[in-house]
Design a protein around this ligand. Structure first.
Ligand code: AMP
Length: 372
């Protein structure tokens, strides 16, 4: 395991596996181009190691040049591709073969195709060492592929995480074993949102509140918001399918998160099962479900107080509040048993000073990280 900046990475591909893939690509290109002198164009910065080993394995006449584009900042693609330095050699009538370290969404490929289609090159091909077929959305075929890899964030052999890791001989992938994924559980008004705001800072987690996402959508009058509003106004739950899909989107927006706090989700057994299945496809799991316990009378007082400040209509009407409790008792309470069976259920006293409750939650979370 290695650490780059704030993240841990574990071994993914050995030097031998990488070099075997490089040689395979070089041999495939050589079979097509050995009778002419192609120009290989490396895409900086990530491809420099690949280009170097590729050229050593390519035993025929060739030329080499580099271009520099930029499409990454941090861990996720920003979607911006700009050409910083271009190919200056005379390329007219020549065969150009792009050497790329990794192709994922295909945005860089698109830019390259655009750059080269207007020039009078003889042929234009793309060779990549790593290729993520599950995320490639581009419309151009990739001509030569070294290794197909799943959608993992990788570093090493020229690839970086915020500029570190390029000098590694092997390729490493982001380690998710240190992830902490928590469900904050409890009735409306139990303090899930308040506590999540503290915990997310302390443990570097992404806070997803399904209620907040719905309210955001209502405010912006989206299709989802219009649909959710009719249920929320009455204090009913929004249908599972809608909520589950929304939750998945929120998780997928954060591919490199150190963990998540799920607040207000899951609220039904179907949602809990969907969450387990979804997380397992990503090599992730819920570590703990922590309930904030409080009695109904305290909660009603808190919600009515909150309603005066927040303006939330579902907090201002005692009947709506009681309906939300009813929904909770019928649909959400059974989840205690669901998580207890998995050995993941914890409860803390949700009454007291805010910072004392944070401390209680912290004890539970720290006991989980010690186990890891
Ligand atoms: P909250 O902010 O968590 O109290 O949620 C406010 C309202 O949003 C709830 O009363 C539901 O109508 C809706 N909602 C939030 N989360 C869910 C969920 N997981 N499933 C269904 N409805 C939800």
């Amino acid at each position: 395991m290695i650490k780059l900046h704030d993240k841990h990475f574990k071994p993914f591909l050995s030097e031998q596996e990488i070099l075997a893939a490089v040689k395979k690509v070089a041999a495939a290109v050589a079979a097509d181009y050995k009778d002419e002198t192609p120009i290989f164009v490396g895409i900086l910065n990530g491809s420099f190691m690949f280009v170097s080993d590729f050229l050593k394995a390519y035993e025929h006449n060739c030329e080499v040049s580099f271009v520099r584009l930029s499409s990454y900042s941090g861990l996720s693609s920003t979607g911006i591709v700009e050409t910083l330095i271009g190919v200056s050699d005379v390329i007219e009538g020549r065969s150009i073969i792009i050497l790329e370290d990794v192709i994922d969404t295909g945005r860089t490929v698109k830019e390259l195709v655009h750059m080269f289609t207007n020039s009078n090159v003889k042929e234009f091909k793309i060779a990549t060492l790593f290729y993520k077929p599950s995320v490639y959305t581009g419309e151009y075929d990739i001509d030569y592929v070294g290794i197909e890899i799943p959608d993992k964030f990788i570093v090493g052999y020229g690839l970086d995480y915020n500029e570190l890791g390029r000098n590694l001989k092997e390729v490493y992938q982001l380690n998710q074993n240190n992830m902490i994924n928590l469900v904050l559980f409890g009735k409306p008004g139990a303090g899930k949102g308040t506590q999540a705001n503290f915990l997310k800072e302390e443990y570097n987690l992404i806070h997803i509140s399904t209620g907040d996402v719905f309210r955001y959508n209502i405010k912006n009058n989206t299709e989802l918001g219009i649909l959710a509003k009719s249920y929320m106004d009455k204090g009913d739950l929004v249908p599972d399918e809608v909520t589950i899909n929304m939750l998945k989107d929120e998780v997928e927006k954060n591919p490199a998160a150190s963990g998540f706090i799920f607040d207000g989700f899951p609220r039904t057994t179907a949602q809990a099962e969907a969450l387990d299945n979804f997380l397992s496809t990503k090599d992730m799991r819920i570590d703990a479900t922590i309930a904030l316990d409080a009695n109904d009378e305290t909660l009603i007082q808190r919600l009515l107080e909150r309603g005066k400040v927040s303006g939330r209509t579902d907090d201002q009407d005692e009947n709506k509040i009681r309906n939300r409790f009813e929904e909770y008792n019928q649909k959400t309470a059974p989840l205690q048993e669901f998580y207890r069976k998995q050995g993941k259920f914890h409860a803390v006293n949700g009454i007291g000073k805010i910072e004392d409750i944070t401390t209680r939650l912290g004890h539970v979370i720290d006991s989980l990280t010690v186990k890891k």
